[in-house]
Design a binder for this molecule. Structure first.
Ligand code: DLZ
Length: 158
């Protein structure tokens, strides 16, 4: 699973489906906003680069990663998007809170995928340090937001 030493943010546009008519939701957690804004930028730029129209990129903020599943569900039901990217950044603290929020967020996002049969892409960084999160949100390990946008485009047309 580890991606250290790899930059996975490059993609071959020619191999992707035509996304010009796709409508994509970006649900963004406000916790660790320096990281989540960088992930959002990576996702939005990649969608635009793949010809998704700006008016068809819908953003919704939620307070923290724990709220992402409900935010994604509302995005799907209210905006009728083709796919959603759930964007969050969880950074290990000194209590067990991190573990509970990580597993609830991941399970909640999977539940929304399966209940509503719309792709919800997991773009939630779970890091030990702020620096690790920076490295994955536009730093030396690329931008996971960009990768998530590609995953969304791929899943819409499957
Ligand atoms: C409470 C909390 C903590 C300690 N850490 C984070 C974090 O690193 N990343 C994140 O996205 N959210 C964090 N939260 C907030 C929870 O996700 C949630 O918003 C609150 O527990 C309210 O339900």
């Amino acid at each position: 699973m580890a991606t250290a030493g790899k930059n996975l943010s490059f993609y071959d546009k020619a191999s992707l489906p035509d996304a010009r008519n796709f409508k994509i939701g970006l649900v963004v957690s406000e916790w660790n906003s320096e990281i989540t804004e960088a992930l959002f930028d990576g996702a939005e730029l990649t969608l635009l680069d793949c010809k998704v129209e700006k008016k068809n990129i819908i953003r919704l903020n939620v307070p923290g990663s724990f709220e992402l599943p409900l935010g994604c569900k509302r995005m799907i039901l209210e905006e009728k998007v083709d796919a959603v990217v759930a964007i969050g950044s969880l950074i290990q603290g000194e209590t067990k809170h991190f573990d509970f929020v990580c597993s609830a967020t991941a399970q909640g996002i999977m539940d929304v995928n399966l209940q509503l049969d719309i792709p919800v892409i997991f773009c939630v960084l779970t890091d030990n340090t702020f620096q690790q999160a920076k490295d994955r949100s536009g730093g030396k390990h690329g931008n996971k937001g960009a990768e998530a946008a590609i995953a969304a485009i791929k899943m819409v047309s499957r």
